[in-house]
Design a protein around this ligand. Structure first.
Ligand SMILES: *[C@@H]1O[C@H](CO)[C@@H](O)[C@H](O)[C@H]1NC(C)=O
Ligand SMILES: *[C@@H]1O[C@H](CO)[C@@H](O)[C@H](O)[C@H]1NC(C)=O
Ligand SMILES: *[C@@H]1O[C@H](CO)[C@@H](O)[C@H](O)[C@H]1NC(C)=O
Ligand SMILES: *[C@@H]1O[C@H](CO)[C@@H](O)[C@H](O)[C@H]1NC(C)=O
Length: 253
């Protein structure tokens, strides 16, 4: 038995249903169905006529060297009918030498356009002299929040619960997120076991904190899976005032 999703796009005009179109949540005829190991399904597509035409910016993906990528260039790992997209997003870090001189950093920005960060993610800071800030850029306002982790020796491996690792739920409605791992003292007090401050977004359940490995070099991991919520929403309203509604139904075959 297999679960089969059907996408119904009901186009309503001035509250009156004038047209109903059934679109299978499956590859369209003649459209590429795969990129590497990832199955591509409508409304996403990699060639003209294959993605949802009302919002090309959001639904046109690219496939190069067997890697599927979305508009911001991040790799897409899976597309879910239920309205989620799993991407890979890099770890942010700020590193210092033994004297506290700045050695290098990476401060990635997640621009989601009108997709939103799923509530199935957390924002995590790793370090022993570290605070992890997440700057949120919205249409109406910007704000920054974060978590802090201080420790003087390598804690035992275990949960991300404040000792060497802190975590927070993520805000959902935002156009852009900036990750800022910061250090209280340029890591000088903990440099022997923790030369960098780290921060990243990650899908819940996809990161187990290992103090002995992660404090030393989380950069080896490079990227973590992050879930975005996608929908065909109000912003595809055309100038005539039509409103599109999307409903996903699941049928057992
Ligand atoms: C800490 O690093 C910053 C650069 O990130 C540098 O401007 C500052 O001088 C450093 N402080 C110390 C105490 O080394
Ligand atoms: C998101 O989290 C919920 C509850 O924890 C779970 O039921 C759901 O399967 C998760 N979604 C994905 C795509 O992992
Ligand atoms: C939020 O920050 C961005 C980038 O710093 C800026 O361009 C934008 O105007 C800010 N938005 C508001 C509402 O202040
Ligand atoms: C985290 O640990 C749990 C329990 O040991 C395990 O089931 C899970 O696969 C681990 N997850 C990762 C991403 O390593």
């Amino acid at each position: 038995m297999k679960v089969h999703d059907l996408l119904f796009v009901a186009i309503l005009s001035l509250g009156v249903a004038v047209h109903t179109q059934l679109v299978k949540g499956q590859p369209r005829p003649g459209c590429p169905t795969r990129c590497g190991n990832v199955i591509i399904e409508y409304p996403f597509g990699i060639s003209e006529g294959c993605y949802y035409p009302g919002d090309r910016d959001a639904f046109e993906l690219t496939c190069k060297d067997e890697k599927l990528r979305f508009f911001a260039g991040h790799e897409v790992i899976s597309i879910f009918h239920s309205g989620q997209l799993r991407i890979m997003f890099p770890v942010a870090y700020s590193c210092y030498d033994v004297n506290g001189n700045f050695e290098g950093n990476s401060l990635p920005i997640l621009a989601t356009r009108r997709f939103t960060l799923s509530s199935n993610n957390s924002y995590i800071g790793v370090g022993c002299s570290t605070y992890a800030l997440l700057r949120h850029h919205g249409k109406q306002r910007n704000y920054t929040f974060g978590c802090i982790s201080l420790c003087d020796v390598v804690p035992p491996d275990g949960e991300c619960s404040g000792e060497g690792c802190c975590q927070m739920p993520v805000p959902r409605k935002a156009l852009e997120f900036k990750l800022y791992p910061r250090s209280i003292d340029n890591q000088t007090s903990v440099h022997s076991f923790n030369p960098c401050a780290f921060a990243f977004l990650v899908e819940n359940g996809k990161f187990n904190f290992s103090a002995s490995k992660d404090l030393k070099d989380l950069r080896n991991v490079k990227e973590f899976p992050v879930l975005l919520d996608w929908s065909i929403g109000e912003q595809t309203c055309d100038q005539v005032g039509k409103k599109e509604l999307v409903r996903w139904d699941q049928h057992m075959y």
